[in-house]
Design a binder for this molecule. Structure first.
Ligand code: NAP
Length: 506
């Protein structure tokens, strides 16, 4: 159970502590932040509201711990990560329980998130020892005007303190996707978990604590992003920010100092359906892609662009599947569970009402109880409706009927987002041409958009992000290239000089 057994030391009364310098601590603020259970709409947990002074101290500890960690052999860093991964998986049940209570993630998906996170940490350890164990060797005579007198050795060095800020929807997985690469590359870490998802993150951090990482290397401060977020992201002690979330990331990137930024932001992933598509496959993917975790996924299908000639048939197939979705509490492992907050539910409702006023066709009756919103497919959506462009982050999916492929590509590219997209057709040549024309970081052919497997490169164009994620890319992003140049007194060619010419020069 959450907060018990090995996790009892992270709890003080009914308030979870924050993690600094290898210890679980109470904030001197005396204030707490309540985490409201999306299902019951009652306070489920409380966490510390950390102060700016505490953030300063955390940054100092992270800075000094990093110096020693950078000198720790790569194989030892990997060994500790493997240990943390195993502990994380061993404690999947209490962490999954937190996910269910904090973010209303269906029970099975909650367990999957923790197991997938353990796998990600192990894979990161393995990938790290390979790619950080190798450098480059360059010679000067490949550049015009140069002789072979310079040998350049390159290696990858850590950046320092990485500030990691994940979003609510995958608080554990998107935290470890930053923690793993940061640590294997020799960085230290300051984690600011999302408020909804903070307690899941604190349990996950305790697994790293139990693995025996050095004091101060991993730290976790809690509090509302709106209160301590700016202080953290503009802190001179942060040498890199890895952020996943919504528009907040755009404002962070404008305010942050001259440090590397990894921003994985929102999306409006389009699903383009051609006339020759396998409509049963499309319908199954629309259900999985559009309605899993109630549409609260960055890579959810957020608009269907279907050729008019097959639209009636596709809508009927999707409607039949929507009718079978189980709506209810996450504990019962329902397909559609309450959305994360009341304000989120209100926002979704605003999009639905706008579409209603402007004449969209409702394939199901709109129904809401508290934060629980029943799934709705909106047909005949037009570009003047907000739902055509905005990210609902809820179980509402718009269908726009198109008369040409170009119309579909145009709608996709007119979005300010460019995360992923997908195209369904049996013609691989058309699929590739459409994929190339779509201005998105990834295009899936004949499947719904998805972030995983976690080692695949993952990136958004335009307002969807800066940089690229995926295990290898994240490790590279959290390092800087260092070069050492050996200058020789004369050109030297492997096996290319006679001994006498060398003797005359040295
Ligand atoms: P969010 O509101 O942007 O919050 C993300 C994180 O930022 C949370 O930890 C939040 O903390 C923190 N935060 C808030 N204000 C801050 C500030 N001023 N400075 C620093 N941090 C601040 O996003 P969300 O609602 O949690 O997540 C949903 C969004 O994430 C969607 O737009 C979704 O598409 C996107 N997302 C993108 C990806 C991707 O990889 N591209 C993956 C998943 C989700 P608090 O919770 O305390 O406010």
């Amino acid at each position: 159970m959450a907060g018990t057994g090995v996790f009892s030391e992270i709890l003080d009364g009914d308030v979870y502590k924050y993690y600094h310098d290898g210890e679980w601590k109470k904030s001197s603020s005396g204030k707490t932040v309540a985490i409201v259970n999306p299902t019951t709409r009652k306070t489920q947990y409380k966490v510390q509201a950390c102060t700016q002074e505490e953030v300063n101290k955390v940054m100092e500890s992270a800075k000094s711990a990093q110096k020693a960690w950078a000198k720790t052999p790569l194989w030892k860093r990997a060994e500790l990560l493997h240990k943390a991964a195993a502990i994380l998986k061993e404690h999947k049940a209490p962490i999954a329980e937190c996910l269910i209570k904090e973010i209303a993630k269906p029970a099975k998906d909650s367990v999957t998130e923790v197991v997938r996170s353990g796998d990600l940490v192990s894979y990161t350890a393995e990938e790290g020892v390979r790619i950080l164990g190798e450098g480059k060797f360059l010679v000067s005579d490949s550049f015009p005007g140069n002789e072979r007198t310079k040998y350049c050795l390159t290696s990858k060095i850590p950046l320092g303190v990485v500030l990691a800020i994940p979003p609510f929807n995958y608080p554990v997985n998107l935290a470890v996707s930053k923690i793993g690469p940061a640590l294997i590359a020799g960085n230290s870490l300051v984690l600011k978990p999302p408020t909804q998802g903070a307690v899941s993150c604190l349990h996950m951090v305790h697994c790293f604590h139990l693995a025996g990482f050095p004091k101060g290397l991993i730290n976790c401060v809690t509090g509302k992003g709106s209160e301590i977020g700016d202080f953290l992201t503009m802190h001179p002690g942060a040498n890199c920010i890895s952020f996943t979330g919504g528009d907040t990331g755009i404002s962070i990137s404008k305010k942050a100092a001259m440090i590397p930024l990894q921003m994985e932001l929102g999306g409006k992933d389009a699903c383009i359906v051609l006339e020759d598509a396998d409509l049963d496959l499309v319908a199954a993917n629309i259900i999985k892609g559009g309605f899993s975790y109630s549409g609260q996924r960055c890579t959810a299908i957020k608009v269907v662009l279907v050729m008019e000639s097959v639209a009636d048939s596709l809508v009927e197939k999707v409607k039949a599947k929507v009718a079978k979705l189980r709506v209810g509490p996450p504990e019962d492992d329902c397909d559609i569970t309450p959305v994360v907050t009341e304000s989120s539910a209100n926002f979704i409702e605003g999009l639905v009402m706008d579409a209603k006023e402007k004449g969209a066709t409702f394939c199901q009756k709109y129904k809401r109880e508290g934060n629980l919103i029943w799934p709705v497919l909106l047909d005949n959506v037009r570009p003047d409706m907000r739902i055509a462009w905005e990210e609902p982050f809820g179980p509402i999916l718009p269908v726009i009927r198109i008369n040409s492929v170009e119309e579909g590509i145009h709608h996709c590219n007119a979005s300010n987002f460019g995360l992923q997209g997908c195209v369904f057709t049996k013609d691989i040549n058309k699929a590739v041409l459409i994929s190339d024309a779509m201005e998105t970081g990834t295009v899936q052919i004949n499947s719904a958009p998805a972030r995983g497997p976690d080692h695949f490169p993952f990136q958004g164009l335009k307002d969807s992000g800066i940089g690229s994620q995926g295990i290898t890319n994240s490790i590279n992003m959290m390092t800087k290239v260092k070069t050492t140049v050996i200058n020789l007194p004369c050109p030297s060619y492997t096996m290319g000089s006679s001994g006498s010419s060398i003797r005359s020069r040295i």
